[in-house]
Each structure stands twice: as structure tokens, then as C-alpha cells.
Design a protein around this ligand. Structure first.
Ligand code: FMN
Length: 456
């Protein structure tokens, strides 16, 4: 069987993910593996149509296409995203249609499911037969049990291809919103007070609705709302995954990104992120923005802000995109609001955008951010443990930040709770105490709230 591996790591062959592929090659010598470094070579692929066509030929010749990629900021790296865009933009879906597909990612398991859902949906859109994903933790290959698990996944996947099993499409084809949005003349005047408002967009004129939404939201505020177009920022290139920034948050690039992020975005009270749907995410330009923010490591970059997402496109049909944006906002403890052009009339969309503008200002005035969801709570524990543990000497900037902000909040350090547990576990060895404790758990659980609820 011929397996064509589409390598999503910007590091090319020197990639952690590719070590997993190398292991599969070693274990399955009866199969041929051909790797294309699509993320590493994305510039060439974009410019050289002959090279792009050669990649498509390799895909056409495959029995199985393996999407192999690292997780980058809740998805695949922007270079990989760009490759997927090129396939659709150049009408090259035919090379992929009918092929079996599987995914193999490496990560620290932070949002791996979002990236897999994205690749699954893209595979469906390409007419591929998606057989499933394998999410390896970066170091899994060092563990015998995990190596066996990977081999089992691979054998099951290869067997499915050999048997030519039928596969059901799981995601419905996207139906773009039908509204041709023309903003109304009446201008809403949301009193923006002293709040600094920035509208960040990747608008390149290809989505008329996006241009119109940016125009409407800009005029919704009584005060100045600065519009920044990502295409006008001096960004020399995408994140290379070199982790140079991990030592002291200094990016290896000396372009305008860090200055723009620190001095124009991080200083705002209200941010509106405006973009259009491209395949099952926003554009690769937006992804470039998110990936480059990794210079901040695992520390909050835009924490505490009011974020309005103004999206042109069928966001409500793309759970992986919504989840990626919600998770990003949740992890940064931002208050996120969403408006899309999935509205019946232009008047309705005017009202939705104006209302979002009003709510963003209200949120900023009240200093409101919602409590964390599972994403941030779970994510904190993943980062905390890794930064304290195996990632510490590389991610020294994160370590210092976590230390200074008391984010190494391990339960072992909570002496009061440890003492209480020790005493109670001893006492509950007695049947009488046990009956008292377990006989009335409802009251025991609410008893600590009594002082808070007392009058006066
Ligand atoms: C810019 C950047 C963003 C990352 N984002 C995530 C993430 O969102 N979730 C995660 O679990 N790991 C994340 N990682 C960790 C990588 O997924 C992990 O190191 C991976 O094994 C790298 O594979 P590669 O060497 O094949 O590129 C990120 C790493 C980098 C450099």
C-alpha cells in the first residue's frame, strides 16, 4: 500500500511528528511511505504551480493520505492551513476525492480534538473517506505501551484501506449565508467612553459582507475605533516552531508583529476580530496572527479584554471553528461575543452588530469577564504540569511567569486541605462517623455557604 504523508510541521523532516511516521515506516516495511513537507515548503507550493501539481499527482497515486501535523494554537499550523486553502482555491479537490484519509498529530493534548475535527471536516469536504485520528502526546514514542498503541492504530487503519470499507461522511456540506449585507444609513451611537477600541481584520476585499460588517461596527461606536488590517502589519513570516521565544519571549523574527501585539492590541480595552470563513476555519492570515502570538508562550496575552467576533460565513455550521474561538477567549479570560452574517436581513445584522458594540462597552465598563470553562480550567492544568515538569528548562519565560503569578497551584501545596483529608479519612474508618458523613451529604455540601448567605 502506498501512504502519502502530508507533513504539517514547519520543521520539515526535523519534526517530532515525523519521528512517529518514521516509526511506522520501520514497523510496516511492506508499505511505501512518501512524505511531502507541505508546511515547510508552503512558499514554494504557493508560487510554483508545477510543484503543486506534482504533489497532487502523489496524492492521486496514494491508497491512503495521512494528515500528519503538530497542534499549533488550537489547530494545525497556518502553513498547513494555507496548503488546504490552496487545494480549494485551485480547484484541486479531485485529487483527494475518494481517497482514504487518516490523521496523526503530536501535541501536549491541548485542543487536539479541535484540530482533528477540523481535519475530519476538511477531509469530508474533499470527498475523502476519513478513517480516524491518532493523537500522540509529544513523548509517547518513548513509551513501549504507546508505541504498541500506535502500531495497533496503524494496522487497523491499513486493514480498513485494504478491505476498502465503506465510510460515512460525518459533516454536512457548508451552505454559505445567503444575505448580501448592505449596512443601513442610520448610525448607532454606542457611547464608547474612554475605552480604547481596536477592530482587527484580514479583510482583503474578497468577502463583501466582511467589508460591510467592519464598516458597520466601526461606526457603531461614538468614539474612535481603530481599524487594523493584518495585511498591513509588517509580519515577515509564520511561526517556525523554533521555540527561541520560550527563553524570554523574544521572537526570532525582527519584524513588526511583537510591537503591534504589545503596543496596539494589548493596550486596547475592546477588540473586534473580524474575518471570513475559509474552509472550516478563518483564513490562514488569521491563523498566522494566532500562531505568531506564541511568542508569549503559555502566558495570557490579551487577558481580561472584551472580544467581539464579527464573522462572515457559516460559523454556526462549523462547531470546530466556534469551539476554537471560544476556547481561545476562555483561556485568555476574555469576554467573547459573536455575530455572523447568518441573518435574514441587513437590518437584523445592523441591529446585531450595534448590540454587540453596546455589550462590549458595557462589559468593559463593568470589568466583566466570565468564569472559566472546562477549556481554561483543564488547559491550565496541562500547562502548569508541563511548565513545572518536562518543558521547564526550555520554557523559562513561562516558568518565571507561573512562579511570579502563583500559578503552580498544585493540590499538594494546599496544606489545610491535606490536613483535613488526613483527619477525615482516619475518622471515617469509624462506622459511626461514616454514617454521619455519608448520611447527610446534602447538608454537608451546602454548609460552607451559610456564612455567605447570612443577612447583614
Ligand atoms: C507555535 C506553537 C503552538 C503550539 N500550540 C499547541 C497547542 O495548541 N496545543 C498543543 O497541545 N500543543 C501545541 N504546541 C506543541 C506542539 O504541538 C508539539 O510540540 C508538537 O509535537 C510539535 O511537533 P513538530 O515537531 O512535528 O512540529 C505548539 C507548539 C508551537 C511551537
Amino acid at each position: 500500500m502506498k501512504i502519502v504523508v502530508l507533513n504539517g510541521s514547519p520543521k520539515g523532516d526535523l519534526s517530532v511528528t515525523m519521528q512517529y511516521v518514521a516509526y511506522l515506516k520501520k514497523k510496516f516495511p511492506e508499505h511505501t511511505f512518501e512524505t511531502v513537507n507541505v508546511a515547510h515548503e508552503i512558499k514554494k507550493i504557493g508560487k510554483d504551480s508545477v510543484y503543486f501539481a506534482a504533489i497532487l499527482d502523489r496524492v492521486r497515486s496514494a491508497d491512503l493520505v495521512l494528515w500528519a501535523f503538530p497542534l499549533y494554537v488550537l489547530l494545525v499550523p497556518c502553513q498547513y492551513k494555507r496548503f488546504i486553502e490552496l487545494v480549494f482555491e485551485r480547484g484541486a479537490q479531485g485529487a483527494f476525492a475518494g481517497k482514504y484519509a487518516a490523521a496523526l498529530s503530536t501535541s501536549i493534548h491541548y485542543a487536539d480534538m479541535i484540530a482533528h475535527n477540523y481535519i475530519h471536516a476538511v477531509s469530508d469536504d474533499l470527498g475523502m473517506k476519513y478513517l480516524g485520528a491518532y493523537s500522540a502526546e509529544m513523548d509517547d514514542l518513548l513509551d513501549k505501551g504507546e508505541r504498541e498503541r500506535l502500531e495497533t492504530f496503524a494496522s487497523l487503519t491499513f486493514a480498513a484501506v485494504e478491505k476498502k470499507i465503506p465510510v460515512q461522511r460525518e459533516t454536512a456540506p457548508l451552505v454559505p449565508p445567503s444575505l448580501a449585507y448592505v449596512p443601513g444609513k442610520g448610525q448607532a451611537s454606542v457611547q464608547s467612553g474612554a475605552n480604547k477600541i481596536v477592530i482587527l481584520t484580514d479583510d482583503d476585499g474578497s468577502s463583501k459582507n466582511l467589508t460591510a460588517m467592519v464598516a458597520r461596527i466601526t461606526t457603531a461606536f461614538s468614539g474612535k475605533a481603530e481599524v487594523i488590517n493584518l495585511h498591513n502589519i509588517d509580519i515577515k513570516g509564520p511561526c517556525l516552531g523554533c521555540c527561541r521565544c520560550a527563553y524570554d519571549n523574544t521572537c526570532v523574527y525582527t519584524d513588526g508583529y511583537v510591537d503591534f501585539y504589545r503596543n496596539r492590541l494589548a493596550t486596547a480595552d475592546i477588540l473586534v476580530f473580524a474575518g471570513a470563513v475559509h474552509d472550516r476555519y478563518l483564513s490562514s492570515t488569521w491563523k498566522l496572527f494566532f500562531d505568531r502570538s506564541f511568542f508569549k508562550g503559555h502566558t495570557p496575552g490579551l487577558g481580561g479584554k472584551q472580544i467581539g467576533f464579527a464573522i462572515a460565513g457559516p460559523l454556526h455550521q462549523i462547531p470546530c471553528l466556534k469551539e476554537a474561538l471560544v476556547m481561545w477567549a476562555d483561556s485568555g479570560r476574555c469576554n467573547a461575543l459573536f455575530v455572523t452574517d447568518e441573518a435574514a436581513t441587513s437590518g437584523e445584522l445592523d441591529a446585531l452588530l450595534d448590540t454587540m458594540a453596546g455589550k462590549l462597552v458595557q462589559g468593559a465598563e463593568a470589568g466583566y469577564t466570565p468564569p472559566h470553562l472546562f477549556y481554561a480550567v483543564g488547559g491550565h492544568k496541562i500547562f502548569r504540569d508541563n511548565i513545572y515538569g518536562g518543558m521547564r528548562f526550555v520554557f523559562q519565560a513561562d516558568y518565571r511567569y507561573y512562579h511570579e503569578h502563583k500559578m503552580f497551584d498544585f493540590p499538594q501545596a494546599d496544606l489545610k486541605t491535606r490536613l483535613m483529608n488526613a483527619v477525615m479519612m482516619l475518622l471515617t474508618k469509624s462506622k459511626a462517623v461514616r454514617e454521619k458523613v455519608y448520611g447527610d451529604t446534602k447538608h454537608h455540601m451546602i454548609a460552607p455557604f451559610a456564612p455567605v448567605l447570612k443577612d447583614g
